[in-house]
Design a protein around this ligand. Structure first.
Ligand SMILES: NC(=O)C1=CN([C@@H]2O[C@H](COP(=O)(O)OP(=O)(O)OC[C@H]3O[C@@H](n4cnc5c(N)ncnc54)[C@H](O)[C@@H]3O)[C@@H](O)[C@H]2O)[C@@H](O)CC1
Ligand SMILES: Nc1ncnc2c1ncn2[C@@H]1O[C@H](COP(=O)(O)OP(=O)(O)O)[C@@H](O)[C@H]1O
Ligand SMILES: [K+]
Length: 538
């Protein structure tokens, strides 16, 4: 499992090695991995290491220690290196190693220069260790080929403060405004991001690469922090076996391939899963069409559509495969025809469609609850087989209706907290849409998937996701066995993989392209290709 871990879990895994006096060994492995990744980045940009410049922003703890040792390693390979100390203390052995390798030490105002560690043994310390203002600190970074962010790691509590906040605030402005700002490599996690929640407090630099140790930290899987992390590279340091279960999972290509449903040799349309769809309305017929197309594309054995006669006509003109039912729903009665799962709510409007959604919800089968049907789920519903698919704005409305005021910005800033509150209050599974798709169910593991492309942020894309999830849910519900706590979250995560990969196929990125606009219909059309695309395990 490609998973992410809390700071406490990583600390607990490191504990036996630290108790055995192996702290320096762990740090040397981490720093070596960081230095190798930085060397690779410099080579890609300049061809060689000699004459390149690297700067590390260095905090007082072991994260700063990793940065100092990595600089020492780079200095021995011909890179001109400087550390900018941003706190009252610095990792003494790391600082000594950096100086021994010929590195410069600069300190922000109010921060000791580190000479007290060195002066008695280093006659040239005045030349190599000196104070700098924030302005000069920014200049030094702008002239570098790479900036290593080693201020705070898993020991971080809250946002950057004092001199560190001043420098990173100024650097963040330079990064936002300047094309040639050097790439930033974050050591373990971007400083200023909470390692467990991904929340950002105060200024933060956007990394091109985060080199993280032992395992990904939860923040690297969680918005908004994950957006600051760039590409994530995990460097093993020898404690991985003690990590246990991750707090967040991420289905990789191999796992997704194993989970994608395939028909058995003796299967028929009913064993492959029948999906009932209550979506669209006279006002929004397109949502029904997109949801049904995506459900068929994702392998449902049959799709039954329930809605107004005019929408049935639109659907059958394009999708003759769909079995349409236009009769009105009788309150407290089942809708006609057997289904194994439901997709409810995408583009619904008006009482008739909501009555159909209510009847479907009352039937007890698993259901995707999207858009207009989200209002039908209340506190204490206690049905993990219902999968809600809100985006941040819809989740804010849902939480406010459940009793705590949230707005869209707050959900985006504290997505894990918002998701957890919704799951705990309702007792159902929730899939939160966005650049990262987060999933949690009342029991079992949560997931964070990042398989898509920003081109997916287009009208109707959510209807396609709902259709894919509905089809996978119907197929999972009709499959035998697999009756464990984690199945609903897993099927939701799988839908995010299929939707994301279909987006990358439709945008041309899966074939190595730089990306191009797509429509929701393109995404639905690409869904079957995911079964081929994923077979290579990329
Ligand atoms: N413990 C180990 O064995 C290893 C630790 N490693 C590195 O060590 C890091 C963790 O080191 P530490 O536990 O020393 O913690 P950090 O280096 O993340 O933070 C150092 C200290 O800064 C202070 N601090 C916290 N939040 C602050 C804030 N907002 N503003 C200012 N100061 C703040 C705290 O006192 C904290 O202990 C990891 O992220 C990783 O980079 C690696 O070297 C691998 C081995
Ligand atoms: N920046 C992004 N990167 C990757 N995927 C995204 C991004 N923005 C949105 N998405 C995905 O696109 C879909 C948009 O769904 P939604 O907001 O419901 O749109 P609509 O209501 O128009 O159908 C979701 O699956 C979401 O995860
Ligand atoms: K860091």
């Amino acid at each position: 499992m490609n998973g992410a871990y809390s700071a406490d879990q990583v600390r607990a895994a490191e504990r036996p090695a630290l108790d055995a006096g192996m702290g320096a060994v762990l740090m040397s492995r981490a720093a070596f991995g960081l230095a190798v990744a930085v060397q690779r980045l410099i080579r890609q940009r300049r061809g060689g290491l000699y004459g390149a410049r690297a700067v590390a922003l260095v905090g007082k703890g072991n994260n700063g220690g990793d940065g100092l040792w990595a600089l020492a390693n780079l200095a021995r390979r011909g890179v001109a290196v400087s550390a900018v100390l941003v706190d009252r203390e610095a990792h003494a052995e790391g600082l000594a190693a950096l100086r021994a390798a010929g590195g410069h030490v600069l300190s922000l105002p109010g921060v000791p220069t580190g000479r007290e560690y060195l002066s008695f043994q280093d006659p040239q310390s005045d030349r190599y260790s000196r104070p700098v203002g924030v302005g000069e600190g920014v200049e030094v970074c702008c002239r570098a080929d790479v900036v290593i962010d080693a201020i705070l790691g898993t020991g971080a509590r809250g946002g950057l403060r004092g001199p560190a906040a001043s420098l990173v605030g100024a650097l963040a402005l330079a990064q936002a405004g300047q094309d040639g700002f050097p790439p930033v490599v974050a050591c373990d996690v971007p400083s200023g991001v909470d390692p467990d929640t991904g929340e950002i407090h105060g200024p933060v630099l956007y990394a091109e690469l985060t080199v993280t140790f032992a395992a990904a930290k939860a923040a690297l899987f969680l918005p908004p922090g994950a957006r600051c992390a760039g590409r994530v590279e995990v460097v093993p340091i020898g404690v991985e076996e003690s990590l246990g279960e991750p707090v967040l999972g991420r289905l990789d290509a191999g796992e997704a391939r194993a989970l994608l449903p395939r028909p058995s040799a003796d299967g028929h349309k009913y064993t492959r899963g029948v999906l009932g769809v209550v979506a669209g309305s006279e006002e929004y017929p397109g949502a029904a069409l997109l949801a049904c197309s995506a459900a068929l594309a994702a392998g449902a054995g049959m799709v039954r559509y329930y809605g107004p006669a005019s929408v049935c006509a639109v659907i059958n003109a394009v999708l003759p495969e769909v079995v349409c039912h236009s009769g009105t729903a009788v309150p407290e009665k089942r809708l006609p025809g057997r289904v194994q799962a439901w997709l409810l709510g995408s583009g619904v409007s008006g009482d008739e469609q909501l009555d159909r959604c209510r009847a479907a919800l009352g039937s007890g089968e698993p259901a995707v609850v999207d858009a207009g049907a989200l209002d039908l789920v209340g506190p204490g519903t206690d049905r993990p087989e219902l999968i809600l698919t809100p985006h941040a704005g819809e989740l804010a409305l849902l939480l406010s209706r459940l009793g705590t005021e949230w707005n869209r910005e707050e959900v985006e800033a504290r997505s894990l907290a918002a998701l957890s509150e919704a799951v705990e209050s309702t007792g159902v599974t929730v899939l939160l849409k966005g650049p990262q798709t987060l999933v949690r169910s009342p029991g079992g593991l949560g997931y964070s998937q990042a398989d898509g492309t920003p081109w997916l942020a287009t009208a109707g894309s959510g209807d396609v996701l709902a259709g894919v999830l509905g089809a996978l849910l119907a197929q999972a519900a009709s499959a035998e066995g697999a009756d464990d706590d984690g199945r609903w979250a897993r099927v939701a995560a799988l839908a995010a993989v299929v939707h994301g990969r279909a987006g990358r196929i439709a945008s041309g990125e899966a074939a190595g392209g730089v990306g191009r606009p797509l429509t929701a219909r393109d995404v639905a059309a690409a869904v079957p290709l995911v079964w081929d695309d994923i077979r290579t395990g990329r």
